[in-house]
Design a protein around this ligand. Structure first.
Ligand SMILES: Nc1ncnc2c1ncn2[C@@H]1O[C@H](COP(=O)(O)OP(=O)(O)OP(=O)(O)O)[C@@H](O)[C@H]1O
Length: 415
C-alpha cells in the first residue's frame, strides 16, 4: 500500500488545526498538527516528502519567520501560508519570500486541497530530480571515499547558486571533471560550458575580448594563475558587477591561499573565491576510491576493445591501493587500460616525485603525515573508532586525542 502523503499544519489555534486535520484525513493524507511552529521546524527531516501549511499570525514565531527558517533548512520545501488579514501586497510579499502559495481566511477547503495537491506534486518532482542527479553523479563521478561523498553533496548545493568557484589540486585529481559536474548539475540554468585553458601569461585585453564573446553559461578558466594583474582586476569586476549570466569556475594546481601568499592572486580575486574553494585531494589520500575507479576503467576499456575482463585478485587490489599514484586518476586510468591488454605496471613505473614541502618544519611535516594516516584509516573503516584504533595499533583514547588535535570528526567518515 502506498504511503500516505504528509502535511505539517501549523496554527496556534487547536480548533482550527482539528478542522484542517479532519479535512486532510478524509482526503487520504497524513496530517500532523503543531501549535508550536518551532516543533514543526525541528521535526523536518532532510528531503522530507511533504508540504507545510502555516498560519501567519502566531504569537511566538510568526508564519513569516517560520517560512524563512524552513527556507534556510530546505529552500525547495513548499510552504502554504494562511492569514485572516491578507491583502494583495501581502500575497505578493509572501510569494516573493518563497511561499508556495498564499490563502486568505476563511479558507475554502477545495482551494486548500488544490494548492496542497500542486505543492505535493512539485515536491515529488523536485525530490525525484535530486535523486536521479545523485544516481547519475554516483555513476559518473565514481568513488566511495567519504571525501567524494561529501563532494557530491556539496556540488549539489553549490549548483543552486551562481557563485564563482575555485577548484584546485594536483593534475589528474579530477578538477576538470568536478567543474564539468557542477555545470551539469546547474542545467538548465546555464546552457553552455566553455573552458579557457591558459598556458602562458594572459592580459586584460585578451580577457576582455574573450568575455565579450560570451553571453551566459559556465566559464572554466584553467590555470588561473596565468592571468596578469590587470586581467585579474577585469575578472573581479566582472564577477562583482557585470550584469551577465556567467558563472566563473577557476582551476589551478595551487590553492588560492598559496597563490595569494606568492602574490600570484590579487586579494580582491582571492576573496571572490574564498568561500567556495574545493580541493581535489590526490588519489593517495583517498585510497577507498582506487579499487572502484580501477574496476570501472578496466571494464570500460575491455568493452571498448571487445576483450574479456581479466581476473583481478585481492592481492593485486591491495598493491594497487598502496601505490602513491603521483599522476592521480589519469595514471590509474592508464594502468587499467594496460591491464586490459595484459600489461602489468610496476611500482617503479609510477615515478613518484615527493611533494614540495617548502617552508614546513620537521614537526609540521610529521603532523601532516600523521593526520593523513589517520584520515585514510578513518576513511577505510568509515569512521569506526574501534576498528581504526585496532588497525593503527593504538588505544582508542589515543586515537581520539589525535583526532581532536587535527579537528577530525568520525561522523564525517560514516557511510
Ligand atoms: N571520480 C571520478 N570518477 C571517474 N572518473 C574520474 C573521476 N575523477 C577524475 N576522473 C577521470 O580522470 C581523468 C582526470 O581527471 P580531470 O581531467 O578532471 O583531472 P584534472 O585535475 O583536471 O587534471 P588534468 O588537467 O591533468 O586533466 C579524466 O579522464 C576524468 O574523467
Amino acid at each position: 500500500m502506498a504511503e500516505k502523503e504528509q502535511i505539517f499544519l501549523v496554527d496556534d489555534d487547536q480548533d482550527v488545526l482539528d478542522a484542517y486535520c479532519a479535512l486532510l484525513e478524509m482526503e487520504g493524507y497524513a496530517p500532523q498538527a503543531f501549535t508550536d511552529p518551532q516543533q514543526a521546524l525541528d521535526a523536518l527531516e532532510p528531503d522530507w516528502p511533504g508540504v507545510v501549511v502555516s498560519d501567519i499570525y502566531m504569537p511566538v514565531l510568526s508564519g513569516w519567520q517560520l517560512l524563512q527558517d524552513i527556507r534556510d533548512k530546505d529552500k525547495h520545501l513548499p510552504v502554504i501560508l494562511i492569514t485572516g488579514h491578507g491583502d494583495v501586497p501581502m500575497a505578493i510579499e509572501a510569494m516573493q519570500q518563497g511561499a508556495f502559495y498564499f490563502i486568505e481566511k476563511p479558507v475554502e477547503p477545495e482551494r486548500l486541497l488544490t494548492q496542497i495537491r500542486q505543492a505535493l506534486l512539485q515536491r515529488r518532482r523536485y525530490l525525484s530530480l535530486k535523486s536521479s542527479q545523485q544516481q547519475e553523479l554516483e555513476l559518473q563521478f565514481i568513488g566511495r571515499s567519504s571525501w567524494i561523498k561529501q563532494l557530491r553533496a556539496y556540488l549539489q548545493q553549490l549548483a543552486e547558486t551562481d557563485l564563482p568557484v575555485f577548484i584546485f589540486g594536483q593534475p589528474g585529481s579530477g578538477r576538470s571533471l568536478t567543474a564539468r559536474y557542477l555545470y551539469k548539475l546547474s542545467q538548465p540554468r546555464f546552457s553552455t560550458c566553455k573552458t579557457l585553458e591558459l598556458l602562458s601569461d594572459y592580459d586584460d585585453e585578451q580577457l576582455q575580448q574573450y568575455l565579450a564573446g560570451l553571453a551566459e553559461g559556465v566559464l572554466i578558466i584553467k590555470n588561473i594563475e596565468h592571468l596578469s594583474e590587470a586581467a585579474q582586476k577585469v575578472l573581479t569586476q566582472y564577477i562583482h558587477y557585470a550584469d551577465s549570466k556567467l558563472r566563473i569556475i577557476a582551476l589551478s594546481r595551487y590553492s588560492p591561499q598559496q597563490l595569494l601568499t606568492e602574490s600570484k592572486l590579487l586579494p580582491e580575486l582571492f576573496y571572490a573565491f574564498s568561500l567556495t574553494c574545493i580541493e581535489c585531494i590526490p588519489l593517495s589520500r583517498r585510497p577507498a576510491d582506487i579499487e572502484v575507479l580501477f574496476r570501472h576503467y578496466l571494464e570500460l576499456t575491455c568493452r571498448k576493445l571487445n576483450k574479456r575482463k581479466p581476473q583481478i585478485n585481492a592481492d593485486f587490489i591491495k598493491k594497487l591501493t598502496a601505490q602513491p599514484w603521483p599522476g592521480n586518476i589519469t595514471q590509474l586510468i592508464h594502468t587499467a587500460e594496460l591491464y586490459a591488454v595484459g600489461v602489468r605496471v610496476r611500482n617503479e613505473d609510477l615515478h613518484f616525485i615527493p611533494e614540495r614541502q617548502d617552508g614546513l618544519s620537521l614537526d609540521n611535516r610529521i603532523d601532516e603525515y600523521e593526520k593523513k594516516v589517520i584520515t585514510d584509516v578513518l576513511d577505510m573503516f568509515q569512521g569506526k573508532i574501534n576498528d581504526a584504533a585496532a588497525y593503527l595499533q593504538i588505544p582508542r583514547k589515543k586515537l581520539y586525542l589525535r583526532m581532536k588535535k587535527y579537528a577530525l570528526n568520525k561522523a564525517d567518515y560514516k557511510e
